[in-house]
Design a protein around this ligand. Structure first.
Ligand SMILES: [Zn+2]
Length: 460
């Protein structure tokens, strides 16, 4: 029985898809004006693990993750760079794809872009006006009248009276009520625009997700996810828009990923503790970052530090030491581990528990290996790789992984060339020369290990 914590009800609920065996999931993706940071990495990896697990249990998953390719930040950045919006967003979409691929994140089934859905967005705004839930203002903006949607606040558990008391109006806004939010923004001079019944303008951020999720998945679907900061107002507004437009229930299960902190502080550019995925991947192998993210439950806060990443690296190395030297074999045996792994994942995707099962399985592989049960060890190692794949882990070549990660030092090719030179020296009985090469590599943090099978190496 799969239990998922639903943000809306604040409890774990038994999950039943709307259509048997088929799950429709929409996750709010990136606004593409800069490189993805590790908060983004957490959202990418968490929903990747969720998708992988659901597929491993036989569900077909239709996974949609949108791309916001028009908004204030994008317009501002393109102006600063003196380039077109399209050039900017194309570049950062490519960078996002690279980062996601490096982290082993499987591509969603659909990645709709806001600019490709403007007619659908305009139609939804018109529907909300027709239904009496939205109004065009004198300045050319269109606003959602929050007071007209009876259950507003039900996702974030906010009370509209409190919101009303706390809301302020900017002088340049033409809202009837400070709580109202924008659906369509009138174009300012020199801004990109689309033609609409309310004049030239562009979509507000919230409406794009309502329109794209409905276009891709229908009015009512199973799971809507995103970062925890999107609960309010973004997802609250999506409910008001979608249910206001269609009159149907929008989403059954809302899932939100916890925050990432840096050394126990909020991650922010102003505190100078802001890390992009590619900065981290210069220092650590992608599976290390993935392991670090997966080792915590997706809803818990995640504290990023050098020390935590180094611990993740050591833990992952222990798994690869277990796998090193064992043949790549089909999974065999260890059925009780599958059952326990699935039990952990069925409990709101409890990845720390699932990983604890993998540790035990690794111990079992080591035991069988030590006692000379080669076939058993190989079969269980196959099982370990198979369950690891559900988390997107343990998919590297063990020897390659344990060689470590090239930072600024010698490349793998340099090291291989030196090892060949050392072999050549030995063949010519130039043992002093061979030792000198070994010492030279060691000085650069490369340890050579000679065995009957040949020479392997690892980075210290
Ligand atoms: Zn969204």
């Amino acid at each position: 029985m799969l239990m998922i914590f639903n943000t809306e009800t604040r409890q774990k609920e038994q999950f039943r898809p709307i259509h048997d065996g088929h799950i429709q999931m929409y996750v709010c993706g990136m606004t593409v004006y800069d490189y993805c940071h590790i908060g983004h990495a957490r959202v990418l990896v968490s929903f990747d693990v969720i998708t992988r697990y659901l597929r491993s249990r036989g569900y077909s998953v239709d996974y949609v993750r949108n791309i916001t390719d028009i908004d204030d930040k994008i317009i501002k950045r393109a102006n600063e760079n003196n380039e077109t919006i399209e050039a900017l967003t194309t570049r950062y979409i490519a960078a996002m794809d690279e980062d996601a691929a490096a982290l082993g994140v499987i591509k969603p089934n659909k990645e709709p872009k806001a600019t490709e859905f403007v007619p659908e967005i305009v139609a939804m705004v018109q529907k909300l006006i027709d239904n009496g839930l939205a109004y065009p203002a004198a300045n050319g903006d269109v606003y959602y009248a929050v007071n007209k949607f009876a259950s507003y606040g039900r996702l974030s558990h906010k009370n509209t009276d409190d919101l009303q008391a706390g809301a302020r109006v900017d002088v340049d806004e033409a809202k009837k009520n400070p709580m109202d939010f924008v659906l369509w923004k009138a174009a300012k001079p020199n801004e990109p625009f689309w033609v609409s019944p309310w004049g030239n303008g562009r979509p507000g951020w919230h409406i794009e997700c309502s329109a794209m999720s409905t276009c891709c998945l229908g009015n009512h679907f199973d799971i809507h996810g995103g970062g925890g900061d999107l609960q309010f107002p973004h997802h609250e507004n999506e409910i008001a828009q979608s249910e206001g437009a269609t009159g149907e229930k929008y989403v059954n299960t809302w899932m939100h990923v916890g925050f990432v902190q840096i050394n126990d502080e909020k991650m922010s550019k102003s505190l100078n503790n802001f890390f992009t995925i590619r900065e981290v991947l210069k220092l650590f192998a992608p599976e290390v970052l993935r392991y670090f993210i997966t080792a915590s439950h997706y809803r818990s806060p995640l504290n990023f530090s050098d020390e935590a990443l180094t611990q993740a690296k050591s833990a992952l190395e222990r798994f690869y030491h277990t796998l090193k030297g064992l043949p790549i074999a089909a999974a065999q045996g260890g059925e009780s581990f599958i059952a326990r792994f699935n039990e952990a994942m069925d409990d709101d995707f409890n990845t720390p528990e699932a990983m604890a099962v993998l540790y035990e399985l690794a111990r079992e592989v080591n035991r069988a290996d030590k006692t000379g049960e080669a076939e058993v060890a190989a079969g269980l190692a196959g099982r370990l790789r198979e369950l690891g794949a559900v988390l997107g882990l343990l998919q590297d070549n063990p020897e390659r992984f344990l060689q470590g990660f090239a930072q600024d030092g010698l490349s793998d090719a340099d090291i291989d060339a030196q090892i060949r030179a050392r072999q050549e020296s030995k063949k010519n009985k130039d043992f002093a020369g061979a030792d000198k090469i070994r010492a030279g590599l060691l000085a650069q943090g490369i340890v050579l290990e000679d065995s009957r099978q040949g020479t392997t190496w690892r980075r210290e």
